[in-house]
Write a protein that binds this ligand. Structure first.
Ligand SMILES: [Zn+2]
Length: 100
């Protein structure tokens, strides 16, 4: 799974968590559970975002060889956020495009 997808998932967790907590307003009986589940979702979203998001200092900015725009990549395999070109890390420390 590439970092872009994780970034989207972290946003889903964040908003899903807030939505769950908001639903608790309508049911006093479920409120404690919804609050707990909601805050767990928010925390998970924040952790994911710190791991894969732009605030992670180990994320490198690379000029995409296909579309030429700067994109941020993590791990051994990732994809350009603009054109979705899959890129992988070579032994020399550079990213190269490849076909899955
Ligand atoms: Zn690209």
């Amino acid at each position: 799974m590439n970092a872009n997808r994780w970034r989207n998932w972290s946003l889903v967790f964040l908003f899903g968590g807030f939505f769950l907590m908001y639903c608790g307003v309508y049911s006093a009986r479920l409120l404690p559970y919804l609050l707990a589940a909601g805050s767990a979702g928010v925390v998970a979203g924040i952790l994911l975002y710190f791991r894969y998001g732009p605030v992670n200092p180990s994320v490198r900015t690379v000029d995409c060889p296909r579309c030429g725009r700067a994109t941020r990549l993590t791990g051994k395999e990732d994809a350009c956020s603009h054109c979705r070109q899959p890129l992988r890390l070579t032994d020399g420390g550079h990213y190269e495009p490849y076909v899955k």
